[in-house]
Design a protein around this ligand. Structure first.
Ligand code: M6R
Length: 357
């Protein structure tokens, strides 16, 4: 039910701290240790390579998941767009595990891959928000997102839930493989929850950003490096999906390889900086486009902020920043669509679950 909210999308954005708390609770045992089903642990232990299969926003969450599995657990991981995998099938390892990420659990492109790999005898795990969905029933194992029903076509809380569950799954895999970590994931996720709350409380400030950067925009760019690049892809998808402003997300370093030709006087460019190791590089990309007339909106993490930045997100662990920075982009997209008088929850030409290939 909508309650006092004008749209499901803003309701679902606002529910994200609650979703994070629920996930922390569901994936923790009585001793406060990370907990997932032992059959899933076995699957993960036996795999020599993970193949994440997903579409749209879920694919973007998968890109972040790969970082967790590789950096924390040392397990090679590939992320594939479901619709491409069927014919652009890579060479597979000896013991692959396929991980399907899908809010709805009904995406036909992902199901086509699942049917195919099952025929070949490979193991599968579905990460979904909907218990009993097709992908959940047909895979060997399931992890639930616990995000509650997501009604708005634009996915918000499911993306955050997917990243959190992927982080937990990767951290469990790392633990089982005896990889040492000095990070207490659950307490870091609790800090993330507080940070998300503070971004949501700044909704008015973020609406002002939309007024300064997007009111008359026809096209826009989202740049970032490392994790911030992946969040830029999601920011661009969100914005185009509901505001119909053409948006492109790309790696900051790719600017000079083509896209910079599109920068004109006043073109909005969103630059995200939450990763210390690439802060200087993304700042210089921001300068490059600014020098060519772009209206640059920098979103930075506390500790990396500089004068003139449009918004500063609270400091959280480097690897977990997407959970917080994406909320800024979700709100930007929401207000951009709202100010254009669009149907925020039911954008044109789109369905909540895409059940045709
Ligand atoms: O239900 P799924 O997660 O499998 O859906 C995948 C995409 O269709 C979905 O994420 C889509 O990109 C969203 N509308 C984006 O907001």
């Amino acid at each position: 039910e909508l309650g006092t909210y004008p749209h499901y999308m803003i309701k679902e954005i606002n529910e994200q701290p609650q979703v994070m708390r629920k996930i922390i609770k569901e994936y923790q045992d009585d001793n406060g240790d990370l907990k997932i089903d032992k059959n899933i642990i076995k699957q993960l232990n036996e795999a020599d390579r993970l193949y994440i299969i997903a579409a749209g926003t879920s694919y973007h969450a998968g890109l972040i998941g790969k970082e967790y599995f590789e950096k924390w657990a040392g397990v090679p991981t590939e992320v594939h767009v479901a619709s491409e995998f069927v014919y652009n099938t890579p060479l597979l390892s000896e013991n692959p595990l396929f991980i399907f990420i899908s809010q709805s659990g009904e995406t036909a492109d992902s199901r086509a891959v699942l049917v195919d790999i099952k025929e070949k005898g490979y193991k599968s795990l579905t990460i979904t928000n909907v218990p009993g969905s097709t992908l959940s029933r047909e895979a060997d194992e399931t992890l639930i997102l616990h995000a509650g029903p997501e009604i708005a076509v634009a996915s918000t809380k499911a993306y955050v839930a997917q990243i959190a569950v992927l982080a937990i799954t990767a951290a469990v895999t790392a633990r089982e493989l005896n990889k040492v970590s000095d990070m207490n994931l659950m307490s870091e996720l609790a800090k993330v929850t507080t940070a998300i709350t503070s971004v949501i409380e700044d909704a008015d400030k973020i609406e002002e950003i939309v007024k300064s950067y997007l009111e008359t925009a026809r096209n826009t760019f989202f740049i970032g490096r490392a994790m911030d690049y992946y969040v830029g892809l999601e920011g661009a998808l969100k914005l185009k999906e509901i505001s119909y402003i053409q948006a492109e997300g790309f790696a900051g370093g790719e600017l000079k390889h083509g896209t910079i030709a599109l920068i004109e006087e006043g073109t909005p460019v969103f630059a995200l900086s939450t990763q210390e190791k690439v802060d200087l590089n993304i700042r210089s990309n921001a300068q490059e486009v600014k020098a060519r007339g772009a209206n640059v909106c920098v979103v930075a993490m506390e500790g990396l902020e500089q004068e003139g930045d449009a918004y500063v997100i609270p400091r959280v662990d480097d690897m977990l920043t997407p959970l917080v920075s994406v909320v800024v982009y979700q709100l930007i997209s929401y207000y951009a669509a709202l100010h254009r008088g669009n149907d925020v929850d039911k954008p044109r030409n789109l369905a909540k679950s895409v059940t045709v290939e």
